[in-house]
Write a protein that binds this ligand. Structure first.
Ligand code: NAD
Length: 357
C-alpha cells in the first residue's frame, strides 16, 4: 500500500536541504519501487507567518495521518522576539507531544573520509559509532508545574519540574536495549542519581529492565562524567540512554565529535515506529538561501525513515552507501571542506547522491 510521507521543510536552510532529500526519494520511487506519496506542510516560523501559529491545525492533522514525517529545521532571528507560546520551536514540540514521539535516536558516526573534520585527534574519534537514545516527551521540558512567579518578598522566581514515571522510563529503556541488541550490546544509562530522586528511580528501573536483556551489558554514569567521557574516550560507548534534557545536551556534544553537525540524522519514534525524521542541526539562518548548507544529514534522516517507518532497510542501506560513495569522490560542502577536496553546493551534493543511486 502506498505510504504517506509528510514533508515539513520549515525555516532557514530547511527548504533547501529537504529538496535534496526529496530528489533522493523520487529516484527511489521511480527506480526501486518505493511506494510513497509525498505532500508538503507548513511548520515553525513559516507557518507562523501564514497562520499566526507554528503548528497550524491542518499541519497537525496531516502529521497525524502520515506514516512518516521528514522535517528540515525551524527557527530564525525574525521570530526570536515572539512570545514563547508561538515560537517556531513550539511547532516541533507540538508534533512530538501530539504524536507521542517519545524516543529520539541520534547516531553519532564518523565517516572515515571525514576523520580530519573533527576537532579531536583522529585516533580518539576514527571509527566512532555511537547511538544516543534520548527520552523526548517527558522530563523537565514538560513537567508541571512550571512558570515564573513572584515571591512574598517581591522577587521573581522561575521554576520547572523534573518528573519521570516508571512507564516512561521503561518504554525508553526498551528502545535502547533493543537498539543495543542490533549493535554492540552495550547500554550506558546516564543520570544524576546522586542528586536527583527522579533519576534515582530512573537508575532503579533501568537496572530491573536489564534483566529482560541478559545479552546486553548495562552500565550507569552520572551526566557530568558522561559529558567528560564523551570527549576523553567516546569509543567506549555503544548506546547511551538518558532523559530529555541530559540527552539534548549530550547528543549535541556527541554530534560535534564527528566534526560536522551537517552530517548527522535523527529519528523521533512512537511506540509503533511511526516517526519524524530530521537533521540534528538547526535552521542555520547565517547561510540560509545561499545553496551552501550540507544536505547529507537530511538525506541520512530520509534513510532512517526508510529503515524505521517505511520498512525498507534495503533502500536505507543503498542511500547510506551512496552518501559514503559521494564522500569517497571528494565532494564536500563548506562545513566539511578540507584541502584537496572538491567544494560543492547544496544542490550539487544532492545531485551527486542521486547520481550514485
Ligand atoms: P544551527 O544548527 O542552526 O547552526 C549552528 C552552526 O552550524 C551555524 O554556523 C550553521 O551555519 C552551521 N550549520 C548548521 N547546519 C548546517 C548544515 N546543514 N550545513 C552547513 N552548516 C550548518 O544552530 P543555531 O545557530 O544555534 O540555531 C539557529 C536557529 O535554528 C535557531 O532559531 C534555533 O532555535 C534553531 N534550531 C532549530 C532546531 C530544529 O529545528 N530541530 C535545532 C536547533 C536549533
Amino acid at each position: 500500500m502506498t505510504k504517506q510521507v509528510l514533508l515539513l521543510p520549515g525555516d532557514g536552510i530547511g527548504p533547501e536541504i529537504v529538496a535534496q532529500a526529496v530528489k533522493v526519494l523520487d529516484v527511489l520511487n521511480t527506480k526501486y519501487n518505493l511506494d510513497i506519496n509525498m505532500t508538503e506542510g507548513l511548520v515553525g516560523g513559516a507557518a507562523y507567518d501564514v497562520h499566526g501559529h507554528p503548528l497550524p491545525d491542518e499541519t497537525l492533522k496531516a502529521a497525524l495521518a502520515a506514516d512518516a514525517i521528514l522535517l528540515g529545521a525551524v527557527g530564525g532571528y525574525q521570530w526570536e522576539s515572539l512570545d514563547i507560546s508561538v515560537r517556531p520551536e513550539k511547532g516541533l514540540l507540538g508534533i512530538r507531544s501530539n504524536l507521542k514521539l517519545f524516543a529520539n535516536l541520534r547516531p553519532a558516526m564518523l565517516y572515515p573520509q571525514l576523520a580530519n573534520a573533527s576537532t579531536l585527534k583522529p585516533e580518539v574519534v576514527s571509527g566512532l559509532d555511537i547511538l544516543i537514545v534520548r527520552e523526548l516527551t517527558g522530563g523537565i521540558y514538560f513537567g508541571q508545574p512550571r512558570g515564573i512567579r513572584t515571591l512574598e518578598n517581591g522577587e521573581r522566581q522561575g521554576y520547572n519540574t523534573y518528573v519521570y514515571s516508571e512507564t516512561e522510563i521503561k518504554r525508553i529503556g526498551h528502545v535502547a536495549f533493543q537498539a543495543a541488541m542490533k549493535r554492540n550490546k552495550k547500554v550506558c544509562s546516564v543520570d544524576k542519581a546522586n542528586v536527583l530522586e527522579v533519576t534515582e528511580l530512573w537508575r532503579e528501573v533501568m537496572t530491573d529492565l536489564a534483566k529482560e536483556y541478559p545479552e546486553v551489558q548495562l552500565s550507569h554514569m552520572y551526566v557530568d562524567n558522561a559529558a567528560m567521557q564523551l570527549v576523553r574516550n567516546p569509543k567506549q560507548f555503544d548506546v547511551i540512554v538518558t532523559g530529555n534534557m541530559f540527552g539534548d545536551i549530550l547528543s549535541d556534544e556527541a554530534s560535534m565529535l564527528t566534526g560536522s553537525i551537517g552530517m548527522l540524522p535523527s529519528a523521533s519514534l512512537d511506540a509503533h515506529n511511526k516517526g519524524m525524521y530530521e537533521p540534528s542541526h538547526g535552521s542555520a539562518p547565517d547561510i540560509a538561501g545561499q545553496n551552501l548548507a550540507n544536505p547529507l544529514a537530511t538525506i541520512l534522516s530520509a534513510a532512517m525513515m526508510l529503515r524505521y517507518s517505511l520498512g525498507r532497510e534495503d533502500l536505507a542501506v543503498k542511500v547510506e552507501q551512496a552518501v559514503s560513495a559521494v564522500l569517497d569522490q571528494g565532494l564536500r560542502t563548506g562545513d566539511i571542506f578540507s584541502e584537496g577536496m572538491t567544494r560543492v553546493s547544496t544542490s550539487q551534493m544532492g545531485d551527486a547522491v542521486v547520481a550514485q543511486l
